[in-house]
Design a protein around this ligand. Structure first.
Ligand SMILES: [Zn+2]
Length: 487
């Protein structure tokens, strides 16, 4: 809920004691608030009706009607004279009225337009119908100097501890930010909370609440149209955001947050920017991955359920070990422009290779790890050879490449474009998928060819050595020959 921002690179900030005081009421609001009156009436209507409503609520394509929850009073009103006298300006959009002490400029005055353009995207993503026809409206306060807001009564004593951003019912507060991008990001983050809370009655548990807000706040804006939920193409596209850098730094120093702890994120306490980064990364991963996305997008229907996390885990029971390996690969290779779809891994069980028979297949150079479909068994000896000529990138000019790679450019310590392999022993990783090394982060060289004798049986996966952010402009394939040459 509260975002803190610092110039890139961002360093986790210590707990702000003033913030601790204000985070308790926030917890009441989002996690312990009694059910609204409308829901209380439903609860009294008896078991049969409740069961029917629950069925409807969970129906896959059921849209939630806008304004289904009456969440608290409307925002206070302030006389224009008092606002003027305090030196504040009032910017009015269709879905947002924003008071600010900042002088007129395009990047400030367009904020209601950004917000208005986000509303139908929030509604679509969260499965809420009818928002465009409603009077749904939030009131915001964008503050550089807090004194005029205090003078008018827009910053009551219980909101004094707000550090960066805060949202309750139909109001949101924003501390001004050094970049236009991050100011919009903060507005969209708090707006996502406000939209979810007033339409869904909750934002779900901490990781989902902050993950969804960060997912939908990460945006592009061309001056007319905002696009929510982007994967940033570069640092320059999202000045001051720093989420990807935080994950890279955490991973490189062995501070990968286990999923079990991520799912227990408690945003009733102030969170570090690194925690926001983990929440964003997990939401972005699930929301972009073709195999996990559809299930993830049903979660808005569950935000008011006390066993949200149990239901979430249950949805992914059958492929949780594979999901965890792909998640570990994602955070271990995360970069701007990361291509999650091209990095998707096929976990279909493989077959053992018959002795002395060559198996020939090809791997695409514009994809991540690809299953060969062949199981290499412990104790046997295999020869793997690669041939072919393919293209790495197309700007400023195409880089022709062969299986040994381009020796003047490196990625992850190996020549760019080199054919590499790994063995995935699925069964061994099923019980504790987060333990030990992720095999997809521990490749071995193949290049033009190699001979291996595995210690442990596993499916052979292959790819060419390149960042998941740079796959889309590759073309061609490498031809692979696999043969068991001895016991
Ligand atoms: Zn938040």
């Amino acid at each position: 809920m509260i975002l803190s921002s610092q110039p890139h690179p961002i360093i986790a900030s210590p707990v702000d004691q003033r913030l601790s005081r204000i985070t308790e009421p926030m917890a009441d609001l989002f996690l312990m608030r009694p059910y609204p009156a409308k829901v209380r009436r439903i609860q009294r209507a008896g078991q049969l009706v409740r069961g029917l409503l629950l069925f409807l609520w969970l129906s896959a394509n059921c849209l939630i009607t806008a304004q289904a929850f009456d969440t608290g009073p409307p925002p206070p009103t302030f006389s224009d004279t008092k606002v003027d006298d305090a030196g504040l300006r009032k910017l009015v959009g269709k879905h947002l009225t924003l008071y600010t002490d900042l002088p007129a400029s395009p990047e400030i005055d367009e904020l209601p337009d950004v917000f208005d353009d986000a509303v139908p995207q929030w509604a679509k993503y969260l499965g809420i119908d009818g928002v465009g026809r409603t009077q749904w409206h939030m009131q915001g306060y964008l503050m550089k100097d807090r004194d005029p807001f205090r003078a008018v009564g827009m910053l009551p004593p219980e909101r004094e501890g707000i550090r960066e951003g805060f949202s309750i019912d139909y109001e949101l507060w924003l501390a001004d930010q050094p970049t236009a991008y991050y100011r919009r990001h903060l507005l969209l983050h708090e707006g996502t909370h406000g939209f979810m809370n007033t339409h869904l009655g909750s934002c779900g548990p901490g990781w989902y609440m902050e993950g969804t807000a960060e997912l939908l706040a990460t945006h592009s804006w061309d001056g007319k149209k905002v696009t929510l939920g982007i994967m940033p193409k570069s640092r320059d596209e999202v000045p001051m955001l720093g989420r990807i850098k935080l994950i890279q730094d955490a991973f490189s120093t062995g501070r990968q947050l286990p999923l079990s702890r991520l799912l227990q994120t408690n945003n009733r306490q102030p969170l570090t920017n690194e925690t926001y980064a983990w929440c964003w990364a997990f939401a972005k991963f699930l929301d972009s991955h073709p195999r996990y996305r559809d299930r993830f997008r049903t979660l808005p229907k569950l935000v008011r359920e006390s066993d949200f996390n149990d239901r979430f885990r249950h949805m992914y029971t059958n492929d949780w070990p594979e999901l965890v390996q792909e998640w570990r690969l994602f955070v271990g290779t995360l970069d701007h422009n990361h291509d999650i779809e091209r990095s998707m891994i096929d976990f279909t069980p493989a077959q053992p290779i018959p002795p002395k028979e060559a198996r020939i297949l090809s791997i695409a150079v514009d994809r991540g790890w690809q299953s060969t479909g062949w199981l290499l068994e412990a104790g046997n000896t295999y020869r793997i050879a690669a041939t072919g000529r393919y293209q790495m990138g197309d700007r400023p000019k195409p880089w022709p490449c062969e299986p040994n790679g381009v020796t003047i450019r490196y990625y992850a310590g190996r020549p760019l474009g080199r054919v590499i392999g790994t063995l995935y022993a699925g069964d061994e990783l099923k019980d504790n998928p987060e333990q030990g090394e992720c095999p997809f982060l521990q490749p071995f060289d193949i290049g033009l060819g190699t001979t291996i004798q595995p210690d442990q049986s596993g499916t052979l996966y292959l790819k060419i050595n390149e960042s998941p952010a740079q796959l889309a402009d590759n073309s061609g394939q490498a031809t692979i020959e696999i043969m068991m040459v001895g016991p």
